[in-house]
Design a protein around this ligand. Structure first.
Ligand code: AMP
Length: 224
């Protein structure tokens, strides 16, 4: 049975890192709307041009644009045997659209990775991405300095345009206002699971895998 998985969590909760690993283990495509939008910006496409300024301010791209992007992506052949959505949905309207898109398919498994705000700010201000291989560098422990080079390929580490402190605060405000209400939208479903994201990445990964297995056993029953 296909695993249709939604990974929720505030910016900096470790969604991207966990999503990559989990999607690889489960052999399903990792669909990150943030990555898709960054590619569109880099490629100068119509959507990229419309999204760029909004992203740099830490605000959300319109529901209409992003729902269209996701609908197209989920219609592709590789998503028919399951998928992992990372960064979508981010509003209740997007969640309702997703329910419509997957109607008739198996039920969604929804996992929320929870981390407190102050820890998120610390992680995001020290987050660096390799300009060569795209790997996220490990976040340094409190008090340690931020590395300049990628531990994997030696490429220069750079900061995402939206990882500056004032933009981070705005992204967290937007998360609290627009995205946190999603927890109420999903909370009562039998396939919803919360996971504690304030742990070492390996511990989060193992809790996440267990939560997905447990929720998956409940998926595919009555329609949500
Ligand atoms: P992320 O990499 O998931 O943090 O996304 C980076 C930025 O892309 C966000 O701050 C938004 O501006 C935009 N974005 C990504 N996913 C969505 C979405 N589902 N709805 C609206 N905007 C999004």
């Amino acid at each position: 049975m296909p695993l249709n998985l939604v990974l929720l969590g505030p910016p900096g909760a470790g969604k991207g890192t966990q999503a990559k690993k989990l999607a690889a283990t489960r052999h399903i495509p990792h669909i990150s709307t943030g990555d898709m939008l960054r590619e569109a910006v880099a490629g100068g496409t119509d959507i990229g041009l419309r999204a760029r300024a909004v992203m740099e301010k830490g605000q959300l791209v319109s529901d209409e644009i992003i729902v269209g992007v996701v609908r197209e992506r989920l219609a592709k052949a590789d998503a028919q045997a399951g998928f992992l959505l990372d960064g979508f949905p981010r509003t209740v309207l997007q969640a309702q659209a997703l329910d419509t898109i997957v109607a008739g398919c198996d039920r969604l498994v929804v996992v929320d990775i929870a981390v407190a705000d102050e820890e998120l700010v610390r992680r995001l201000t020290s987050r660096r991405v390799c300009s060569q291989c795209g790997t996220n560098a490990d976040v340094p422990a409190p008090g340690q300095s931020v590395p300049a080079q990628c531990g994997r390929c030696g490429g220069a580490l750079t900061q995402r345009a939206d990882d500056r402190e004032e933009v981070i605060r705005e992204r967290l405000r937007v998360y609290a206002r627009d995205t946190r209400p999603l927890l109420d939208y999903y909370r009562n479903r039998p396939t919803f699971r919360p996971v504690n994201g304030a742990q070492a990445p390996e511990a989060v990964a193992s809790d996440l895998a267990a939560a997905v297995d447990d929720a998956e056993a409940k998926a595919g029953g009555e329609v949500a």
